[in-house]
Design a protein. Sequence first.
Length: 271
Amino acid sequence: MNIMHAVILGIVQGATEVLPISSSAHLLLIPRFLGWPESGLTFDVALHFGTFLALFVYFRREAVQLVREGVSGFWQQDGKTLRLSWLLVLASVPAALVGKTLEQPIEDVFRSSPFWIVVFMIVFGLLLGLADRYGSQGHGVENVTLKMAMIIGCSQCLALLPGVSRSGITITAALLVGLSRVEAARFSFLMSLPIVFGAALLKGRHLLKHGIPAGEGLPMLAGVAVSAVVGYLCVAFLLRFVQGRTLWTFVWYRVALGGMVLVLLGTGILQ
């Protein structure tokens, strides 16, 4: 991994982790197109940490407020409604548990298959479009119930499949349970904070145990910085974009890219 590769993949990660177009698909397909070696654990940690920094800095005030609310108690003042901070934590549990047990088997089966990656990209992209068109879109984050949060949280488990998109599937589920586009994106981003941080921490522990390979320190720092900056800009862009537009731009992008890759696979240009 050299600095040029790190910068390019950092840009790709920062944009595609935030936008509902699947970071895993892009990070697996782009090196395959260009004939680059897989990035490995060191850069994987860098990308996760960069994404976490982008989300935390953008939502820093809300994150601090959520921590304060969480520490102050489990329930809202009415004694019936869970605080948003605890809803976000509980919604993150299914993906954390499933990821811990099934991430490696799923990667072993699907990571090396461009066909299934683009099939998931297309199918779940179309599902995002249907949710955008037919979801009721009437609620804000403050109206999220435990049931709604758990539906969104369980949907996040599907993001283990490369090509699905973590932000895409959680926004899809949030739209289907009634959140508006802006609030669906906001809830998705807030819910991703503990998941992305946990992933970076878990993989970072392995990295600390084995050490950073020689020559990868500078590319790793470049990947963190670039993915953080691009991720921050893309969060701001998406939240502004969905205020007055549908999500079908991202749906058509996923379908077009997936269709192009399928043609390349069918003609033997891409293996």
